[in-house]
Every structure is written in structure tokens, then in C-alpha cells.
Design a protein around this ligand. Structure first.
Ligand SMILES: O=c1ccn([C@@H]2O[C@H](COP(=O)(O)O)[C@@H](O)[C@H]2O)c(=O)[nH]1
Length: 278
């Protein structure tokens, strides 16, 4: 069975280094002429899937925008995941799950067990209860060729006070998370299946990314103010491992499918230029 790292590596080579989020904000639904209701949610998600599902390497539905419509929203999320998988893009569910290990086991079976209706290629996870508490996710991902992206240095300004704080041995919390990811990915080729989330907005960091050997998901581009050029500043020589992520910047071009595709193409061209410079 092919690992998530290998599948992602190939998808980025074939389709370009880009992750597009499906974030149906109420303001975007209105901008697209859709209601802030389940029918609007369904139409929004379907339009993004049809426009981008066969050309973007990774699509990242943001679970929160589906959850807010209860069980009907979750049904839309399930069918969105299914449609994306049929069109060949990798599905990264942005759910940022984390808990004590016995509960994480349930999250793992919800998202990383192929028999689950919510089965995706990869999921985002929060390490606030310790990276080790996420072990059931890492184990199930490894068993079924899935991936896990662990928050390290998030794109929001509030993250720094926790993530840049120093732990007892002098390393930042973010570096501690990255070092644990490095151990999980050690020896993996072409790249490991446990990724780190590092915002494109965070500026120069003193983090050592050289041993991570996993994908580096970079949200914060576009609507949050970061540009493709910032990727070099944040990631330095690790920039080839970056998976740039855009949501509102691309979605704002909709609902015209051709305009959505053009926005995604622009993003991939800009990012490819930066990633190729290293
Ligand atoms: O550090 C993080 C982690 C996750 N996100 C998520 O990414 C998208 C960003 O949306 P934009 O419209 O491109 O700003 C959103 O779903 C966030 O929850 C993040 O922004 N930062």
C-alpha cells in the first residue's frame, strides 16, 4: 500500500503544489448569491468540487462550516468527500482534532479508517494534549496509507504566546512538536506521512525544519495577508516540502467555475515559482 507521503508527493508533482480549502463562510455564500442554509452549502461545495476536484493536488474542506448545519451539514460534508475522492484530489479534512488517547482512537476511526463514511486521505490534529496522545491517529494512518497534519506554528497572531513559549529544555513548544514529527517520519521516502502546520504569516522563525521529513502545510496565504514570497522567509531551505493552502483568496473568485480555476492556476503558478527557486 502506498503511503500518504508518497501519494502527496506524486500529486504535487503532477497537479502542482496547491491545497484549496472549502470554507463556505456566510459572507462567501452571500457573495455567490446563495442562501446561508443547507442548499447554499451544498451548491457551494459542489461548485468547488466540480471546478477544482480534477486539477488541484489537495482539497481541504473546513469541517466547522459544515458542522454548523448539524446532521444535514455533515451529510453534505460526507458527499463532498466522496465526490472529491472520485475526482482524484487528495482530501485533507481540516477538523483539528485532539484529546486523550482513548478518544483520539475514535477520531482516528472516524477519519482514517477506510470503512468510515467520513474517510479522508488526511486530517489536521491539535497536539495540545501532547503529540503522543495522537498516536492512534498516526497508527491508523500508517496502516491505511493516510496522513495527519499536526499544528506547530499556526497562522493566527494569538498562537505565538503558546507555540513560541519555551519548554523546560529550552526548545520552543513548536520545535518540540516538530521534533516529535521528525521521529515519526524518520527514514520515510520520498517524504513521511505526518505533516506539520506552519502558517505562511509567521515570519522568520528559529525553528529547525531540517529533520521534519514531512509535508509542511502553509495556511495564511491570501486573505490572512501572506504572499507566496513569504514562504521563502518562513521556510527557508525547507520550502520544497511546503504545501501552500488558500481558501478565501481562491473561493472569492467564484461562483464561475472558470474564474475559480483561473484563481487556482494563478496560485499554483506563484507558489511553484517560489518553491522551484530553492
Ligand atoms: O494555522 C492555521 C491552521 C488552519 N487554518 C485554516 O486554514 C483556512 C484558511 O483560510 P483562508 O480563507 O485562506 O484564510 C481556514 O480553514 C483555517 O481554519 C489556518 O488558517 N491557520
Amino acid at each position: 500500500m502506498e503511503s500518504f507521503g508518497a501519494r502527496l508527493h506524486r500529486a504535487m508533482r503532477e497537479r502542482g503544489p496547491l491545497c484549496v480549502g472549502i470554507d463556505p463562510h456566510p459572507a462567501l455564500l452571500a457573495q455567490w448569491g446563495l442562501g446561508d442554509d443547507v442548499a447554499g452549502l451544498e451548491r457551494f461545495a459542489r461548485t468547488v468540487v466540480d471546478a477544482l476536484g480534477d486539477r488541484v493536488a489537495v482539497v481541504k474542506p473546513q469541517s466547522a462550516f459544515f458542522e454548523r448545519f448539524g446532521s444535514q451539514g455533515m451529510a453534505v460534508l460526507e458527499s463532498t468527500i466522496r465526490q472529491l475522492r472520485n475526482l482524484g484530489s487528495l482530501v485533507l479534512l481540516d477538523a483539528k482534532r485532539g484529546d486523550i488517547g482513548s478518544t483520539v482512537r475514535a477520531y482516528a476511526s472516524a477519519y482514517l479508517d477506510p470503512s468510515s463514511p467520513m474517510y479522508v486521505d488526511a486530517v489536521t490534529a491539535s497536539p495540545f494534549l501532547g503529540v503522543g496522545s495522537l498516536a492512534p491517529m498516526f497508527e491508523l494512518a500508517a496502516e491505511h496509507g493516510g496522513g495527519v497534519f499536526v499544528l506547530a506554528l499556526t497562522s493566527n497572531p494569538e498562537g505565538a504566546s503558546v507555540q513560541r513559549a519555551r519548554s523546560a529544555d529550552g526548545r520552543s513548544v513548536a520545535q518540540t512538536v516538530l521534533d516529535e514529527i521528525s521521529q515519526l517520519n524518520a527514514g520515510a521516502e520520498p517524504i513521511g506521512s505526518v505533516g506539520a502546520v506552519i502558517g505562511a504569516t509567521v515570519g522568520k522563525t528559529d525553528c529547525d525544519l531540517s529533520g521534519v521529513n514531512g509535508p509542511l502545510l502553509a495556511p495564511g496565504l491570501g486573505a490572512q495577508g501572506a504572499t507566496a514570497a513569504d514562504l521563502r522567509v518562513v521556510f527557508g531551505s525547507a520550502v520544497p516540502a511546503v504545501l501552500p493552502a488558500y481558501s478565501r483568496e481562491v473561493l472569492g473568485a467564484g461562483p464561475d467555475p472558470a474564474a475559480l480555476r483561473a484563481a487556482a492556476d494563478r496560485a499554483v503558478t506563484e507558489c511553484r515559482a517560489v518553491l522551484a527557486m530553492s
